[in-house]
Design a protein around this ligand. Structure first.
Ligand code: ZN
Ligand code: ZN
Length: 237
């Protein structure tokens, strides 16, 4: 019986891109789906949504890409709008009660105070979900590096993106875990470096007639390996 998460991880390692980015995207998508279609009536969820004044930029826009999303997005962001209007209206009332000319001719600090009140009071819920998924699967990955099947699957994969490699290094506290992780990732990077060299070489007109293969797409993979897959990391991270 494999440990929890092992099968998901093996499946993810068999596909393109960073395996952790892929699992994070899957879980974030599921979470946003439930946010849109099930949780709009959950008071605690709505309170956290209002506290964040919605979601971070990345996840806010991702929410608009779900099919049939209009009603869910409208209800969620109506609550966020209601919250910020409440904040702005409230401070306006408080200020007008105290308006006795004290502000005249002086620096008006009301704007800064209002801006502070509008700051997010809670983290983006999807960013939180992302962090939870990352740590859960990175732990399984690092702990299972001694497993021959997982090791081979990692070796044949595109490896971790740099942000997730950094996280994995922090988890790999046993000497053999660190050694295996480093060796695997370096092997994958060396292969990518070879592909990039080929791409650069074939951009020279003298070699323009040589057959072109997978290396011609390596520039895009290099971006993904360094910054993570597109849209994986929210702004609250
Ligand atoms: Zn990643
Ligand atoms: Zn976010």
């Amino acid at each position: 019986m494999p440990v929890a998460g092992y099968t998901d991880l093996m499946e993810s390692l068999g596909q393109s891109g960073c395996p952790i980015c892929r699992l994070v995207t899957r879980d974030a998508t599921r979470f946003m789906d439930s946010l849109l279609y099930e949780n709009v009536l959950d008071l605690e969820i709505m309170a956290r949504f209002r506290g964040r004044r919605g979601l971070c930029n990345t996840h806010g826009w991702q929410l608009t890409t779900f099919p049939g999303q209009q009603l869910g997005v409208a209800l969620l962001f109506q609550a966020a709008l209601h919250e910020v209007m409440g904040q702005v209206g409230q401070s306006q009332n408080a200020v007008s009660r105290n308006l006795s000319g004290r502000f005249l001719g002086r620096t008006d600090a009301r704007g800064a105070a209002m801006a502070d009140n509008l700051n997010p009071q809670a983290p983006c819920m999807v960013c939180e979900k992302v962090a939870e998924t990352e740590s859960r699967f990175l732990k399984v990955l690092v702990e299972q590096l001694a497993d021959a099947r997982l090791y081979a699957a990692f070796q044949a994969s595109e490896g971790l993106c740099l942000p997730h490699f950094r996280e994995a290094l922090r988890v790999a506290v046993a000497p053999d875990q660190f050694d295996r992780l480093r060796e695997l990732q370096m092997g994958i990077w060396e292969h990518l470096m070879d592909e990039l060299r080929e791409l650069v070489r074939k951009n020279d007109y003298r070699f323009a007639n040589e057959p072109r293969g997978r290396e011609m797409e390596s520039w895009r993979r290099a971006v993904a390996r360094m910054v993570g897959e597109k849209g994986v990391f929210g702004d609250d991270r």
